[in-house]
Design a protein around this ligand. Structure first.
Ligand SMILES: *[C@@H]1O[C@H](CO)[C@@H](O)[C@H](O)[C@H]1NC(C)=O
Ligand SMILES: *[C@@H]1O[C@H](CO)[C@@H](O)[C@H](O)[C@H]1NC(C)=O
Ligand SMILES: *[C@@H]1O[C@H](CO)[C@@H](O)[C@H](O)[C@H]1NC(C)=O
Ligand SMILES: *[C@@H]1O[C@H](CO)[C@@H](O)[C@H](O)[C@H]1NC(C)=O
Length: 769
């Protein structure tokens, strides 16, 4: 057989094209936003709006046109879930002369196999190549704490055309829960006069999670402030300072790689008399050729008392002469050669009694082998299925599901999931609201990926009885069923009165290889169009202890059952809504959901990386009879309406689920006692939290109680540790509005006023003993 040169060339060219084609560009685009009006397009390829990506043409207007097509929620709009959009950028270099401005509920996604570049012109004007929350006036367009449901991934942001000494920002990203950045490179000049900043997050948001970013050059790789964050797998090279922490309550970095930077993390803002950084947790990271690893203003007498709390664990240093530098010099020496830091910290410790102020080496957690990969905690980024062709994806809509918010999609969705799983295909959940009237079962082998957070929404009588709760989405048909699944980018919600709905029930046992995963999968009860749990139905009634039965929206958000094991959770926000996202004043609503995340697996082995649970009646997180849990920035809020009514209403105690019994445990406790637990741990071992923020901001919808002046008396207690515990440790625990920070078998271990920080109260090191 003979090949002509042309044949070979054609064959090679088509091979390259096939290898490079990212399925997201090629699949059928059938997302339907039920409330956006006819003709509304969910998916937008910027090339269909005139972008060239040729490295020459100014594509700013075309990309922004792709974003704004349809009646999007932009300037002056408070928030909305009705107009989602995926803005897709094929490979190429897109020259831009001013900011790309993503509207609310926008995903900007580049070709994952060949990430496109946004290249700023020399005369670029704007605050960020991507400005995620513009200052149209002196205020941000969106209140940072209300910025949800948005992503940016697979991009290169390049400011190297802008003069190094001219201010430039790669990305401006004030943000909160259910958002993510993934796989973005920030390319900046490396000259000594450079003032560019890669990522800038300044204001009072409530994040959050992001991962897989690379910062090259610049004065600062990332300059950031936020209540709390988990950030993972960030690489910094040749930045003058890798990270400047503007302020925070709690922040966990894992898997940082900082090379050839002058300073690693600067937490000295405000100086010793007015420190702005509440706490910092840094683990499983490598620093190379960094003169100062962490720059702090902390001293034993600095102010506020617990600000600048630090925990370091498992760091590998190469030519880092000073690992921690304080106001009076070296606090923790590094080495001009290679060395490792097992564990070190400064702040207040309770081990388990306290407080004691400490600075120095600590023992570090004893890490269960089941949670590790090599010597680090196991982690895994959200799968983007780069290597799969479009033919590996099967569309839920093509399979007969409607996703229109009204059709009963139970049978069609179930059969689509089953068919995809048994054919080894990925189920693509095209955007839509899929109403289901009985349980959807996700079988072993399933891989499901949503198009910008479609909703699986329960509805009707099957989920209405709180005496007979039932799963909306059940992963594995019975507890301990063996298998493996991957779920990403969708929401499970409810419609109307669903007092018996358990939104996600995790039964699967994944053993012997990679754990199953759940990335950017969220629960949402109320506050969105279609939920029938909005201002019209569930407007807040401050002071009223009456319960509107139509506003009991869920029984439990997520239940990990007794024989389940091997689940990696990343960036999951288990939210019962406190306000209506469609309401342009963000009006508050009263929605009742009984429980947040309950893990009662006796087998254990779970990773909770960047998870949050908010506004559930009895507790946000409860772990009972379980083991081997890694948690990074657990974040919770107590319902804003409590204590009107108290947490004893409206769900009767279910002892089969180890529900807290407030009428018993509150006997003799002064203060407002029957309020939701932020975290409750019973008879468990190896529960290791690297950062936790448990907040109670309100009483009866007033924030007056959560101030230092008022005495942080929104509730009496917020964390309960009970029974037999071993190796249950919390690094950088932050609480707000609770008199007791930690209770052990009903006894207060730590009092808020002994641990005052920038706004929360903080314990750097808690060991249950
Ligand atoms: C870190 O991010 C890079 C870039 O996206 C990716 O290739 C790598 O797999 C990630 N590593 C981990 C441990 O997540
Ligand atoms: C983590 O600690 C182990 C020892 O437990 C060590 O072998 C490994 O190199 C450390 N990793 C880093 C990044 O320091
Ligand atoms: C709750 O707040 C409302 C409105 O501010 C007020 O009228 C009511 O008295 C308060 N109730 C309680 C129990 O504090
Ligand atoms: C909260 O405090 C302010 C200022 O002290 C006071 O005017 C207001 O009435 C208080 N609100 C409630 C609901 O107690």
């Amino acid at each position: 057989m003979r090949f002509s040169a042309v044949t070979i060339f054609t064959a090679v060219a088509s091979l390259v094209a096939t290898a490079n084609a990212y399925w997201m560009g090629d699949i059928a685009h059938q997302g339907v936003a039920p409330f956006a009006g006819s003709g509304y397009r969910v998916f937008r390829n910027v090339k269909d709006y005139g972008a060239k990506g040729d490295g020459v043409t100014d594509d700013t207007a075309a990309i922004n046109a792709a974003i704004n097509d349809g009646n999007r929620c932009g300037k002056g709009c408070a928030s909305s879930t009705t107009t989602p959009a995926v803005v897709y950028l094929p490979a190429g270099t897109y020259v831009i002369s001013s900011s790309i401005l993503p509207a609310y509920f926008t995903q900007i996604i580049g070709d994952a196999n060949n990430p496109p570049t946004l290249k700023a012109t020399a005369g670029f004007s704007g605050f960020g190549l991507i400005d995620g929350n513009p200052y149209y006036t002196s205020d941000l367009n969106w209140i940072s704490t209300n910025v949800f449901y948005r992503q940016v991934r697979n991009l290169i942001l390049d400011t190297t055309n802008i003069a190094p000494a001219t201010a430039a920002t790669g990305m401006h990203w004030p943000t909160s829960q259910a958002t993510s950045l993934q796989n973005i490179v920030f390319n900046m000049p490396t000259s000594s006069d450079v003032v560019h900043v890669g990522l800038f997050i300044e204001s009072g948001g409530s994040g959050g999670f992001l991962s897989d970013l690379t910062f090259i050059g610049g004065a600062t790789g990332a300059s950031m402030g936020n209540q709390q964050y988990t950030m993972r797998n960030l690489t910094f090279r040749n930045c003058k300072t890798a990270i400047i922490q503007l302020w925070d309550w709690g922040w966990t970095y894992m898997g940082l790689s900082i090379t050839d930077c002058g300073v690693g993390i600067d937490i000295s803002a405000g100086g010793s008399s007015d420190q702005k950084t509440g706490s910092l947790t840094l683990i499983d990271s490598t620093l190379t050729n960094v003169p100062v690893g962490v720059l702090t203003a902390w001293t034993p007498s600095a102010s506020p008392a617990t600000a600048g709390s630090v925990i370091l664990e498992n760091l590998s240093l190469n030519n880092v002469p000073v690992m921690v530098k304080g106001p009076s010099g070296t606090a923790l020496a590094g080495s001009s050669g290679s060395t490792t830091i097992n564990a070190w910290g400064e702040g207040h410790q309770y081990i388990p009694s306290g407080p004691q102020t400490f600075q120095g080496n600590i023992a570090g957690n004893s890490r269960p082998a089941a949670l590790l990969s090599g010597n680090r905690y196991y982690t895994r980024s959200k799968p983007q299925y780069e290597s799969l062709p479009a033919s590996s994806f099967v569309s839920a809509r093509s399979s007969g599901a409607r996703g229109d918010g009204s059709t009963d999609d139970t049978a069609a969705l179930q059969s689509a999931i089953n068919a995809a799983a048994s054919a080894g295909q990925v189920l693509y959940l095209d955007y839509g609201i899929y109403r289901v009237t009985s349980t959807i079962t996700v079988p072993p082998g399933a891989r499901i990926v949503g198009e910008t957070y479609p909703v699986i929404m329960s509805s009707g009588g099957a989920f209405a009885d709180m005496n007979s709760p039932r799963a909306v989405v059940r992963v594995g048909s019975s507890s301990g069923q063996a298998g493996y699944v991957e779920l990403s980018d969708f929401v499970v919600g409810t419609q109307g009165a669903q007092a018996g709905a358990t939104l996600i029930e995790w039964n699967l046992a994944t053993t012997g290889g990679a754990p199953s995963g759940m990335w950017d999968v969220h629960t949402r009860v109320g506050g969105f169009r279609g939920s029938d749990l909005q201002v019209a139905q569930c407007l807040k009634q401050p002071g009223s202890s009456a319960v509107n039965g139509n506003c009991i929206g869920a029984y439990m958000l997520m239940h990990v059952t007794g024989a389940a094991t091997g689940l990696y959770m990343e960036n999951n926000w288990l939210w019962t809504a406190d306000h209506d996202m469609e309401d342009q004043s963000n009006t508050q609503i009263t929605i009742f959901s009984g429980r947040g995340l309950y893990i009662e697996s006796t087998v254990g082995t779970f990773w909770l990386v960047g998870t949050a649970a908010e506004h559930n009646v009895l507790y946000q997180y409860q772990f009972s009879g379980t083991k081997n849990i890694f948690a990074s920035q657990l974040q919770t809020e107590t319902p804003y309406y409590q204590p009107s009514p108290l947490a004893t209403t409206p769900f009767p105690v279910n002892s089969a689920l180890n529900d807290p019994d407030f009428s018993a445990s509150c006997a003799g406790v002064s203060g407002t006692c029957a309020m939701a637990w932020g975290l409750r741990i019973i008879n468990s071992q190896n529960i290791l939290a690297y950062g936790a923020g448990h907040y109670s901001f309100f009483n009866n919808y007033s924030t007056n109680c959560s101030t230092v002046k008022a005495g942080e008396n929104c509730q009496a207690r917020i964390i309960s540790l009970e029974g037999s515990l071993s190796n249950v440790n919390i690094y950088n625990l932050n609480t707000i509005g609770s008199l007791s920070m930690i209770n052990r078998d009903g006894r207060q271990l730590a009092y808020w006023q002994d641990n005052i920080n920038v706004y929360p109260d903080t314990i750097a090191l808690f060991l249950s003993g």
